[in-house]
Design a binder for this molecule. Structure first.
Ligand SMILES: Nc1ncnc2c1ncn2[C@@H]1O[C@H](COP(=O)(O)OP(=O)(O)OP(=O)(O)O)[C@@H](O)[C@H]1O
Length: 263
């Protein structure tokens, strides 16, 4: 890929939700930022600031009223053919706070990890698909011997590993993690964040890491954007945001969030 073209480019994106006949929420106000190939971009802000809406807009789960979102040179905010829609769902994957929202409790891990391959690489021979599942399980730290177990037999951290594995089955270009560690114990949070960091290296993956926790966002991200009431207040490299924030709101986030040390 041409390194001068950002992997993702968000330009002047605005999105409002009509909450009642007379009330609109401006969830995103003229947001612009870009992400480089292999970069982890943190998006931080308090509850209701518009973080999830931004992630969901990039994943085409909600549609902004104005603006442009490009993956490399491909505009995502336009009418797409079903083939283009399929391609962008392969290239951009999202994981959530509750892994169960993306996992079917009636399926085994094998079934759940095979499904994305059936959708996007249906012609691969069965044995090759199953081998890909076993390899992916190892890459996310799951014992392949558990491939025939059901989700309820796993812990919260292991379930999040399964949803990460499912998201990565077709080698997406961008992984959007929306509060994906928020529900886990602190030590498990650290394990999942470290896993995401190592997967970025292995897969040359780009990520948007959405969280209200600035300490965690600082730990994982190369650059951070701070969002407040739909406005992107500042963007800078992670250390600058953490140690030399410009905006008072970022300073207040830093004061409010207990700092932790991860190893
Ligand atoms: N589907 C929707 N319909 C109406 N309003 C919505 C919808 N989704 C989000 N909003 C509103 O848009 C604003 C931004 O919400 P969003 O979920 O993006 O914030 P957030 O920063 O991700 O917060 P949280 O961490 O609590 O999810 C909020 O005021 C929210 O109430």
């Amino acid at each position: 890929m041409n390194n001068t073209i950002p992997l993702l480019s968000v330009q002047n994106v605005s999105l409002s939700f009509k909450q009642s006949r007379h009330h609109q929420v401006h969830a995103l106000k003229n947001i612009s930022f870009s992400i480089k190939q292999g970069e982890i971009f943190g998006l931080v802000g308090e509850s209701g600031s518009g973080k999830s809406t931004m992630g969901r807009a990039i994943a085409r789960l909600v549609t902004p009223q104005t603006g442009s979102i490009k993956l490399e040179t491909r505009e995502l905010l336009c009418k797409m053919t079903s083939k283009e829609r399929l391609d962008s769902s392969r290239d951009i994957q999202m994981i959530f706070q509750d892994p169960m929202s993306a996992l079917n409790p009636k399926w085994t891990v094998m079934q759940m990890l095979l499904e994305p391959l059936h959708i996007h690489q249906g012609k691969l021979p069965k044995q090759e698909k199953e081998d890909t599942v076993f390899t992916m399980m190892q890459q996310v730290g799951l014992d392949p011997a558990f491939a025939n177990r059901y989700v309820h037999e796993f812990s919260g951290g292991q379930r999040q590993r399964i949803s990460i594995a499912r998201a990565l089955m077709n080698r997406p270009k961008l992984l959007i993690c929306d509060e994906s560690i928020a529900a886990l114990d602190l030590s498990i949070q650290a394990q999942i964040v470290n896993l995401l960091k190592s997967l970025r290296e292995q897969f040359n993956l780009s990520m948007i890491f959405i969280s209200h926790d600035l300490s965690m966002v600082h730990y994982i991200s190369d650059r951070i954007g701070v969002i407040y009431k739909g406005d992107l207040l500042e963007i800078a490299d992670a250390d600058t945001i953490y140690y030399h924030p410009q905006h008072d709101y970022t300073k207040s986030l830093l004061h409010a969030i207990p700092k932790i040390t991860l190893v």
